[in-house]
Design a protein around this ligand. Structure first.
Ligand code: NI
Length: 393
């Protein structure tokens, strides 16, 4: 069964919503206009609306026909990024320094499209929770919704997410069972040496030199300490020290990020960063203290939910266009918190191939969600509900 014709029939409406959202980007926990937009649409279609989870979160609750108490959740993220848009089309961002460079405008639109169709047809037995979450980028709005009782208030059996994927053709869907996106952590190492005149280095302990050795030594975590069959990234992204030409500073600070998929690797990376930093510093007579902070867990798709997602995807776009063993990504996604709480599956939806519309990678100032993908995504959502919560007989 291909895309849902009824959804294709209101494609122009979805394009209009998507471009409106694109022109009015809002960042973490400030998605007020976006949440109003979503809530008004849902209410207009007779869907029960709950607001206030994670400040700007919106949950639409829609019951199908029949008496089933079963329920599933579908999740879309609503937030934009702190990027100055460089596109010049009519629907470009009207907000200085902010843009929808990750396609969350498209994600919101596709879940709205499915909501409209499902509210009209109600060809399912049970309840669907339409979860519109704020602050996916950096701030973990998904975690906040879970902590504030999302699944106590809306007890779903399974939860599903999706993300557009530039580089894959529109009409392609990819997924994988098990770990699909990496855990995301940050670290900060503060190195204390002994300040001195730059021309008399023997009178001090140079934290800049220590920092350079630590940056180099940290590379051995991925190359020598972790099993090469277990993916891991340790990247130093910031080096801060000194204020002038002729002074060896007292302190240097390194900051960076670590990515991994398993609990064992994550634990080991945390321990090794601190150990390497402090022992290297000690070798130079300096001191290093490391603060390691766990941000997003890994996205881990469960077996049954992934099988269901694959079946529905194949119905919508054809089996040849579904990749069920796509390689995992080292990027991260706060849908992971929902998947820690509930079984479920997160898929990638083709947004267009390189060089064509929708082929520009996310988080780029030239990115734009490909409106042609909206019908595919909304159809996937709609069929997922109808398949997971089938009408009797
Ligand atoms: Ni994103």
């Amino acid at each position: 069964m291909p895309i849902v014709n009824r959804i294709a029939a209101f494609h122009d409406d979805m394009v209009a919503w998507r471009r409106d959202l694109h022109a009015h980007p809002e960042t973490a926990f400030e998605e007020v206009r976006t949440a109003d937009f979503v809530a008004a649409k849902l209410e207009g279609w007779g869907i029960e609306v709950h607001r206030g989870l994670a400040q700007t979160g919106v949950v639409g609750l829609l019951r199908g026909r029949g008496e089933s108490q079963r329920a599933i959740g579908l999740r879309a993220d609503m937030d934009a990024l702190h990027i100055q848009e460089l596109n010049d089309f009519g629907h470009r961002s009207q907000v200085e320094g902010k843009m929808h460079a990750c396609g969350h405008d498209g994600h919101t639109t596709m879940l709205l499209g499915a909501a409209r169709y499902l509210a009209e047809t109600r060809n399912f037995d049970g309840t669907v929770a339409l979860i519109f979450q704020p602050a996916e980028e950096n701030e973990g709005g998904g975690r906040v919704m879970v902590e504030e009782g999302l699944f106590e208030q809306f007890p779903v059996e399974q939860v599903f997410g999706l993300h557009n994927m530039p580089g894959r053709a529109v009409g392609e869907i990819a997924m994988r069972q098990g770990p699909a996106m990496a855990a995301f952590d940050i670290f900060e190492t503060s190195i204390t040496g002994h300040g001195a005149h730059a021309a008399m280095p023997h009178r001090g302990i140079d934290p800049v030199l220590v920092a350079a050795h630590i940056v180099t030594a940290l590379q051995s975590i991925a190359s020598r300490l972790i099993d090469p069959l277990h993916p891991v990234v340790v990247t130093v992204t910031q080096v801060h020290a000194g204020d002038t030409w002729n002074v060896i500073p007292e302190q240097a600070v390194l900051r960076g990020t670590a990515r991994s998929f398993s609990r064992e690797v994550r634990d080991r990376v945390e321990a090794e960063i601190a150990r390497i930093a402090s022992t290297v510093a000690e070798a130079f007579g300096a001191k290093a203290e490391t603060r390691y902070e766990r941000r997003y867990p890994a996205v881990v798709n469960t077996r049954d939910a992934t099988a269901l997602a694959a079946q529905v995807a194949a119905e919508v776009v054809g089996g040849d266009n579904v990749e069920t063993d796509a390689p995992p990504l080292m990027g991260s996604e706060d849908f992971a918190y929902m998947l820690e709480a509930k079984p479920g599956c997160y898929i990638w939806l083709g947004n267009g191939t390189e060089g064509g519309p929708g082929g520009c990678m996310v988080h780029n100032p030239h990115y734009d969600f490909n409106d042609e993908a909206a019908v595919v995504g909304a159809s996937y959502w709609a069929r997922l509900v109808e398949t997971a919560l089938p009408l009797a007989g």
